[in-house]
Design a protein around this ligand. Structure first.
Ligand code: NAD
Ligand code: 3PG
Length: 394
């Protein structure tokens, strides 16, 4: 029977094409879908039917998905790390230029001359007024990058090529990300040191409980006078009241962000975009392809790549018969699962077990079919969250 994928946002056709029509039905309404594919749709736990085996986020941030509840329910949540990083990097380059030159103000001013019909007169007025829109160059200025993952590392590289000095802060930098980083990026030991050193500060970290409101009054007090803050990460990372104060008292010269919110629209010192960081054809395709491929590999093989709550685990198929078992990360459960198989004379050909936080996940390739009764015995074990028979064993 075809598997059903519920889409809660418009997903690029290139991604959906990875889910073959013979094996998958894709639609925006299903009562009992096998998986959910979404972008920024705010998903509530109660809206995830019990039939859902996995959730694919065609993008980077998963703060719109109730990840902790999904973990409890044994549902892996996948994202598409790096797939939209270049799109965001390019928009940050625009943001830096908008922050350094009178581009928006100049364009707005020119629009006020729409009624003028005399070209010579227009030139005269423009030449007289252009001094209002003078900016400064980025070369030689310091950019502080907060979060040096997929996007932050690309932004750092881009800023170096523009002739900026780059200072970075990332207390959880992965080894892989560190390898990607140019040795010219200076390391800030604290966030306030980065804020104090930078003419421009750009945020590229996820929103977690620990990062919500991270840019607060204390940090903004440390900012270099006249600095410009760019936020292409998430609105929740910045304390809005403290930000308004910093703009009002002139500590911050400009706030450029991808997340409009009431109270900021219409201010001369704020430039807002409608969350378009990842809105390029290329990024939408890349994200959808990555998310769809990962969902498919999970549904068809139980493999896990780029999950934000499950361990990454891929096992080459050596038999048609595969079991996936998700359990609480406590001792003895795997032993009990294997005992059930042994009692039934079911030989294990290959297996892999990994854990992450409170979750343990196992793929077990077996030599012959395991009946519903055998699977139910496993499901009844204390600490087992779910058991799935994957593939045709007969
Ligand atoms: N505007 C958009 O359309 C758009 C597009 C893509 C991503 N984003 C946002 O950008 C975020 C980053 O995306 P990414 O692809 O670079 O993710 P990533 O996971 O590759 O990188 C995030 C980095 O932030 C670091 N980090 C975590 N906590 C930190 C802290 N307290 N201080 C400093 N660094 C910290 C991590 O160690 C990691 O290196 C996403 O989570 C998402 O919210 C926005
Ligand atoms: O986290 C992300 O990937 C971005 O915020 C993009 O969101 P979107 O897919 O809704 O454009």
């Amino acid at each position: 029977m075809a598997k059903q994928i519920l889409t809660l946002n418009q997903i690029s056709v290139k991604g959906l094409e990875r889910l073959s029509r013979e094996d998958y039905e894709v639609a925006s309404e299903f009562a009992h879908p096998d998986a959910i594919l979404l972008r920024s749709h705010k998903l509530k736990s109660d809206d995830i039917p019990d039939s859902v085996l996995a959730i694919g986020r065609a993008g980077a941030g998963t703060n719109n998905v109730p990840v902790a509840d999904c973990s409890k329910r044994g549902i892996p949540v996948f994202n598409a790390p790096g797939a939209n990083a270049n799109a965001v990097k390019e928009l940050v380059a625009v943001g830096l230029l908008l922050g350094s030159r009178g581009i928006v103000e100049g364009i707005d001013y020119v629009a006020t001359l729409a009624e003028m019909s005399d070209k010579a007169e227009m030139n005269k007025v423009l030449e007289a007024q252009k001094k209002q829109f003078k900016g400064s160059e980025l070369v030689g200025k310091t950019l502080g990058v907060v979060g040096l993952g997929a996007i932050g590392s690309m932004v750092a590289e881009m800023a170096l090529t523009l002739g900026m000095d780059v200072v970075g802060y990332d207390p959880a930098l992965s080894v892989e990300a560190a390898w990607r980083l140019s040795s010219q990026v200076q390391r800030a030991d604290t966030l306030s040191a980065l804020f104090a050193k930078s003419d421009y500060i750009t945020l590229h970290l996820p929103v977690f409980d620990s990062t919500r409101g991270l840019v607060n009054a204390e940090l903004l007090a440390a900012v270099r006078d006249g600095a410009c803050l760019l936020n292409f990460a998430r609105q929740e990372i910045v304390d809005e009241e403290a930000l308004l104060d910093a703009l009002e008292n002139g500590k911050l010269r400009k706030y450029i962000a991808d997340f409009p919110s009431p109270g900021f629209i219409g201010r001369d010192d704020v430039i807002l975009m409608p969350h378009i960081g990842a809105s390029t054809e290329e990024a939408e395709d890349n994200c959808a392809i990555m998310a769809a491929d990962q969902l498919r590999d999970f549904l068809e093989n139980g493999n896990i790549r780029n999950s934000v709550n499950f361990p990454n685990l891929t096992l080459e198929r050596v038999s048609g018969c595969r079991l996936s078992v998700t359990n609480e990360n406590v001792p003895k459960i795997l032993g009990s699962v294997l005992s059930i198989l042994a009692d039934e004379n079911i030989n294990v050909i290959d297996m892999l077990n990994k854990s992450r936080d409170d979750i343990a996940y196992n793929l077990i390739d077996i030599a012959c079919h395991a009946s519903d009764e055998v699977l139910d015995k496993m499901r009844e074990l204390e600490g087992v969250i779910n058991v799935r028979l994957i593939g045709d064993c007969d």
